[in-house]
Design a protein around this ligand. Structure first.
Ligand SMILES: NC(=O)c1ccc[n+]([C@@H]2O[C@H](COP(=O)([O-])OP(=O)(O)OC[C@H]3O[C@@H](n4cnc5c(N)ncnc54)[C@H](OP(=O)(O)O)[C@@H]3O)[C@@H](O)[C@H]2O)c1
Length: 329
């Protein structure tokens, strides 16, 4: 039977403005970095994507290199078979910036690489355009203006609606923002690593994006699963660590687990799980437009969206969380 989206899909999700743009993203978005390559069953991928959409998650984040291109291909198949009638309800993003093919033109930030990569992504996805195209990381060997003009060209040629950057320093983000302003490029979003354990975003980048009117979407908000109950009783065989290897060095992992055990009491008092607390903690701040989670099973999606039920924190809770996180290593 053909897929019919849940009629109540917009009832519970929150949609938040991306910087000063007109675009709204769901407070929780789904990324396809892990679990959507050819090593994961396509039926599980389909279940995750369709469940996400049923929960109001309208935004799916990809990149040319996720699964070596397989994630875009697999998403494209699922889109073609089930989601095509809903194209105008979806925000589909992809990126280029990391090594993708052999030779000097398959990596970095040159016009040559970005234009070819976007075409290849659209082909794998089976789409005419993506909603957001990101430069995945700053390339010190390419002038920023070349990268910016290439991204602007993608918008002018109808291949992307909006532009984003990822993994840029505050200084590089500010510099490319100036170029985009001169070009009148719809540059609206920054994608950065941000979670309770990794808060470098707060140092300088946050102020730059707020100042420039750029929205933020945080990746690895659960520290790849460490900020959940996943590892509290050992390393499960079907977990990311078992499948992909260590997430961090063994000492940091143990310290992180100790912090999670302490955070659990605060989460329980808020009637939340650790994952819900970790997501809500980010969304309490309007500077984070969306939290970009990963998932290996539908139950994780269902749990994570429950974070939306309680996004406010008392000062005492925030102080207690900070005190735990400052635990010395
Ligand atoms: N721009 C960049 O450079 C960049 C870099 C990294 C990621 N990203 C984007 O961000 C997305 C998310 O990154 P991420 O996957 O690292 O995010 P994450 O949400 O921190 O980690 C996701 C993993 O956490 C576990 N998990 C999620 N919910 C759970 C729950 N309720 N209970 C227990 N475990 C739970 C699952 O691990 P198991 O698989 O073990 O079940 C899941 O695969 C990526 O898919 C990608 O789109 C971007």
């Amino acid at each position: 039977m053909s897929y019919q989206a849940n009629e109540k899909r917009y009832d519970r999700m929150l949609y938040r403005q991306v910087g000063q743009s007109g675009l709204k993203l769901p407070a929780i978005s789904l990324g396809l970095w892990r679990n959507f390559g050819d090593d994961s069953p396509l039926t599980t991928q389909k279940d995750l994507i369709l469940k996400a959409f049923d929960l109001g998650i309208t935004h799916f984040d990809l990149a040319n290199n996720y699964g070596g291109g397989a994630a875009e291909r697999n998403f494209g198949r699922i889109f073609q078979d089930h989601l095509k009638p809903y194209r105008d309800e979806l925000i589909i993003a992809t990126k280029a910036g990391y090594q993708m093919w052999d030779g000097p033109y398959g990596d970095g930030g040159s016009r040559k690489y970005l234009m070819s990569s976007c075409d290849a992504s659209l082909k794998r996805l089976g789409l005419d355009y993506v909603d957001i195209f990101y430069h995945h990381r700053h390339d010190p060997e390419t002038p920023l203006a070349e990268t910016a003009v290439a991204l602007d060209s993608l918008v002018r040629s109808g291949k992307a609606l909006y532009i984003g950057i990822s993994n840029y320093s505050a200084a590089d983000a500010s510099a490319i923002s100036d170029i985009f302003k001169a070009l009148k490029t719809p540059f609206i979003i920054n994608q950065m690593k941000y979670n309770l354990f990794e808060r470098e975003f707060e140092d300088e980048l946050k102020a730059v994006t707020l100042n420039e009117g750029i929205g933020n979407i945080s990746f690895s908000p659960l520290a790849q699963g460490q900020l959940t109950n996943r590892y509290l009783n050992g390393i499960p065989e079907d977990s990311r660590i078992s499948r992909k290897g260590a997430l961090t060095d063994a000492v940091t992992f143990e310290h992180n687990l100790a912090k999670v055990r302490e955070l659990q009491a605060i989460a329980e008092a808020r009637q939340q799980t650790i994952a819900e607390l970790a997501i809500a903690w980010q969304l309490r701040d309007s500077g984070v437009s969306s939290v970009l989670i990963g998932a290996s099973r539908v139950s994780q999606l269902e749990e994570n969206v429950k974070a939306l039920d309680n996004l406010t924190f008392t000062d005492a809770e925030l102080q207690a969380i900070n005190a735990i996180l400052k635990m010395t290593r």
